[in-house]
Design a protein around this ligand. Structure first.
Ligand code: PTJ
Length: 230
């Protein structure tokens, strides 16, 4: 991450965000819980069922798992859009090129021609072909304002966020409380079985309750805290 920050892929505050994530991962036990697995399966069901699914990529996600994002996008026929919180043209170009070097054939985001309603700053910028017209959006490590705006625009929002208390985690329809480099490979493995099984996809989507999911994730963290010994 430090190297990617020097290259301008990761924003300076991206390093702080990474540390926040690590702190929650310690509480989680640095493993993919059963609860996270269920959220991951539901997320894959949403991506496979979407008409215009998009995976939104920021500096941290690119630095941590560019190749895996490309594989998941190919497997679920999702578009990739680079959408940055700390947006500069240089960083957009750097992250787009980084994704291309990782194997992405098409990366949206260089030409932001639309604005996501409900956000006033530069952070509203997105592409018409991608996030603006998407029906399902996967947002790893997203900020709260944008997650809420995506939900308000009527999209199904899937977040990957180790902090179950964050606004993003609470705004999303499906929140995967897992480290992104564990979550995305796990999701890739789930694709073949779920692609074949529409009934299973529907059952996952219909039975998923994000409030309960987040309560369970917090319960796991609290139990880990109270059971740990110095
Ligand atoms: O590259 P940019 O300009 O788009 O900026 C990206 C960051 C991440 C800096 C920006 O979106 C940001 O500040 O995000 P937040 O508000 O810190 O939210 C990121 C969330 O992701 C926090 O709740 C972290 O706990 C969580 N997080 C951090 N690292 C990981 C993580 N979740 C899963 N896996 C991680 N590795």
């Amino acid at each position: 991450m430090a190297e990617r920050a020097k290259e301008g892929i990761v924003a300076p505050t991206g390093l702080i965000a990474h540390g926040r994530g690590e702190a929650f991962d310690y509480l989680l036990g640095e493993r993919t819980t059963e609860n996270a697995r269920r959220a991951e399966m539901t997320a894959v069901a949403f991506l496979l069922g979407g008409n215009r699914p998009v995976i939104s990529v920021n500096g941290n996600t690119a630095a941590l798992c560019a190749k895996e994002v490309v594989t998941l996008a190919q497997a679920t026929r999702s578009r990739i859009e680079v959408n940055l919180f700390h947006r500069t043209e240089e960083r957009v170009e750097a992250v787009c090129s980084f994704m291309e070097k990782a194997g992405a054939e098409e990366v949206l985001g260089r030409k932001a021609d639309s604005l996501l309603p409900g956000i006033s700053s530069d952070r509203a910028k997105c592409t018409k072909e991608g996030i603006y017209s998407a029906d399902v959006v996967l947002v790893p490590l997203e900020d709260g304002d944008r997650a809420e705006a995506l939900v308000k625009s009527g999209k199904k929002v899937i977040a990957i966020d180790l902090n179950p208390l964050s606004r993003t985690a609470n705004a999303a329809h499906v929140t995967i409380v897992d480290e992104v480099t564990r979550a995305i490979p796990a999701m890739i493995e789930m694709v073949p079985e779920l692609r074949r099984n529409g009934d299973r996809r529907l059952a996952l989507i219909n039975s998923f309750d994000n409030k309960r999911n987040l309560e369970e994730a917090m319960g796991i963290m609290c139990a880990n805290l109270s059971s740990s010994r110095p």
